[in-house]
Design a protein around this ligand. Structure first.
Ligand code: HEC
Ligand code: HEC
Length: 470
């Protein structure tokens, strides 16, 4: 760059300005524009070492938060290389059509893989429901997924966000090509599956492996079960008693056969029922829950795991409660009677203040603090040493709705060479230009209506803007 004379610089800029509107669109081809590479340990992290605490095999309800007698199958098939691949895929924005969103955007490790907003920002609009925690999914309530329990298989479940236009929005064929172009996926697929072939089945399987490995067996509750809660404070013990008496009817840690069969004898829904119910929230006019796929189940929602519940606010399918205190107030005083009301008295359990505080303290014993700091579930692209993420200064996009030209301006005091890529919502590169200057104009008429990603790269600075063409 520095070798270019000033004159050729000026010429280049002129040629650029003149030719800007006549550059033919490059034939569309799939190409990744996300430059970051994951930083992975030389030997893969261990994912296959999870040991089920004894109490989870226990069928009796005495311990207060029933284990439900889980089988250990899901965790027994974990493989370190497959889960490592799953980790990279989970956090890789390359999967999304416009390369700005990953599973990790709505499922955050520090929040036990939930998100701290009622609704998440999807590609085009907000999600319909509250993002769900992913801890313990491989074994707890492992036969029903999403708030309406529509999905009974985790593999099938994961294809949904992967291809949902408002979540990852991946076109699997394009994704395969993009992943093949990287210098790390062929090796990661090879390590995991014996050869470097990239298939949808393998992508999904690796993601399932990663998610299945997420367990929270280091909570205070798990440690204390062993000694029959001898180190629990009196307050925690009171909370445990209240919980086992009032809440564990619905909230078990794993499968739950307490009352399923009697109620749905004629229905093949038996295997799902034990995990789906109503907790007396007022009817949600925007969301019938399981009623969305079977009207017999109007207003029933998944009974979510309460492991790590302290971390996953806001609560309920629509994120209506911001704190656990509000949740407990609901169960205490605000329960609305409905056709399913059997396990909660009309109005609520009427806890006093001491009981409410005790329940809260007990719920907090279900938190596994090691879960949110364990690097094996962390974002491998978040490399603190990488300087890939310095944004371009003073960047401004003026889409100017009244004119046919959109202008991008930014600071370029050193007259550096700037690269610009324009990518459509399918992830295809439509235009690539290089120029020297601090402004770039885009003739919107050259683009059909839609959302475009504009990527600017200048030395080690990089920024992304979105342009909507109407
Ligand atoms: C735009 C935000 C968003 C993105 C991106 C996203 N999710 Fe989700 N996820 C959600 C929401 C919202 C729900 C609840 C959906 C419902 O109930 O209808 C959910 C539910 C789930 C569930 C069900 C959990 C349960 O307890 O039943 C799984 C599993 C899941 N997501 C995995 C993934 C994976 C894997 C990816 C990446 C391929 C991903 N999600 C990407 C928002 C997102
Ligand atoms: C009759 C069954 C039932 C009982 C009893 C019950 N719950 Fe629930 N619980 C549910 C259902 C169903 C949901 C999801 C409701 C929704 O989102 O619409 C839920 C949701 C929750 C949530 C929010 C979870 C999240 O991820 O957002 C918490 C916390 C909770 N319950 C705690 C309790 C406590 C504490 C008790 C006892 C005081 C209790 N529950 C008793 C069925 C029950």
């Amino acid at each position: 760059m520095k070798k270019l004379s000033t004159i050729s610089l000026i010429l280049m800029s002129l040629v650029f300005v003149l030719s800007n509107f006549t550059i033919p669109e490059i034939n569309s081809f799939v190409m990744t524009v996300v430059g970051e590479e994951p930083v992975l340990p030389d030997d893969p992290f261990t994912y296959d070492d999870a040991e089920f605490p004894e109490h989870l095999f226990n069928l009796d309800e005495e311990i207060g938060y029933s284990g439900g007698g889980r089988d250990t199958f899901a965790l027994s098939v974990l493989d370190n290389d497959k889960a490592t691949l799953g980790r990279v895929l989970f956090y890789d924005k390359k999967l999304s059509a416009i390369e700005d969103i990953s599973c990790g955007s709505c499922h955050l490790q520090e929040l036990s893989f939930a998100e701290n907003k009622s609704f998440s920002e999807g590609v085009n609009s907000e999600t319909k429901r509250n993002s769900m925690q992913l801890n313990d999914l491989g074994w707890s309530n492992a036969d029903g997924f999403t708030w309406d329990m529509r999905e009974t298989d985790l593999h099938e479940m994961i294809i949904l966000p992967l291809t949902d236009e408002n979540e990852i929005g991946a076109n699997i064929e394009d994704v395969k090509i993009k992943l093949e172009q990287t210098n790390y996926y062929p090796e990661l697929f090879g390590n995991a599956y014996g050869d470097s072939q990239i298939t949808e089945e393998r992508i999904v399987d690796a993601l399932v492996q990663f998610i299945t490995s997420m367990t929270t067996f280091n909570s205070r509750f798990d440690q204390q079960v062993v000694s029959n809660f001898s180190d629990f404070t009196d307050q925690e013990k009171l909370g445990l008693d209240l919980f086992s008496f009032n809440c564990s009817t619905c909230h078990s840690q794993g499968s739950h056969t307490l009352f399923g069969e009697e109620i749905f004898v004629e229905d093949d829904i038996l295997n799902v029922f034990p995990f789906i119910f109503t907790n007396g929230l007022p009817e949600d006019p925007d969301d019938a829950g399981a009623g969305e796929w079977n009207e017999n189940f109007n207003n029933l929602f998944k009974v979510p795991t309460l492991r790590n519940i302290e971390l996953t606010a806001p609560y309920m399918h629509d994120g209506r409660f911001n704190t656990l205190e509000e949740v407990i107030d609901h169960y205490s005083e605000e329960v609305v009677e409905n056709e399913w009301s059997v396990f909660i008295p009309p109005g609520g359990f009427a806890f006093n203040d001491i009981e409410k505080e005790a329940l809260l303290v007990f719920l907090e014993t279900l938190t596994d603090d090691t879960f949110i700091s364990n690097p094996r579930w962390s974002d491998p692209f978040a490399n603190p040493l990488s300087n890939n993420n310095i944004p371009i200064a003073e960047l401004k996009l003026s889409p100017n709705p009244t004119s046919d030209v959109a202008t991008i301006s930014f600071a370029n005091r050193d007259n550096s060479l700037v690269s610009i890529n324009i990518i459509n919502s399918a992830g295809q590169l439509l235009r690539h230009d290089q120029f020297v200057g601090s402004e770039y104009r885009i003739e919107k008429g050259n683009f059909s209506p839609g959302i475009y990603t504009i990527q600017l790269i200048m030395g080690d600075q990089k920024s992304i803007q979105r342009l909507i063409v109407h």
